[in-house]
Design a binder for this molecule. Structure first.
Ligand SMILES: [Zn+2]
Length: 154
């Protein structure tokens, strides 16, 4: 599994992280399948997390709307453009997924939501400029594995 992130999305992320300071933010990742096992993050939704460290407690309606808009823009080609996973920031601690992050993601892929796999991207902004991140792949019935995230230069 390989995941690229477009420069445009990284810029969007950097701006959002700058604006949010020490508040955690997060959202969903929209992906494009370049070829089997190779995805690119082409967009993401952004909102403030509610409940501090309680990840994944979000306005699901807002995310459903963001996804619906993405499907419209990409012509409902679900095989190519689809939900890729979740992201959030760890403004004050390392980008390693917490125990709670891991169990939330396992619930997501093991639950009856029709999601076979999802990536979790955790990001942190350093010195207002540099982003460090971790990217982890969660598949139904398999152990989480780290994924290389590379920036696509355009
Ligand atoms: Zn987290």
């Amino acid at each position: 599994m390989r995941v690229d992130i477009s420069s445009h999305v990284k810029d969007k992320l950097r701006k959002a992280l700058r604006a949010s300071g020490s508040r955690e933010i997060g959202g969903v990742l929209m992906g494009e399948q370049i070829e089997p096992g190779h995805f690119k993050v082409v967009d993401l939704s952004i909102d403030s997390q509610t409940g501090g460290r309680a990840h994944f407690v979000r306005d699901t309606e807002a995310h459903a709307e963001a996804l619906a808009a993405f499907f419209r823009q990409t012509g409902h080609q679900y095989d190519r453009f689809n939900y890729l996973g979740e992201w959030h920031s760890h403004p004050r601690f390392s980008v390693t997924p917490s125990t709670q992050d891991v169990s939330s993601m396992i619930d997501l892929v093991e639950g009856g939501r029709g999601i076979d796999f999802a990536v979790l991207l955790i990001v942190r902004l350093h010195w207002w400029r540099w982003i460090t991140c971790s990217c982890t792949l969660f598949c139904r019935g398999a152990k989480p594995v780290p994924v290389d995230l590379s920036e696509e230069n355009r």
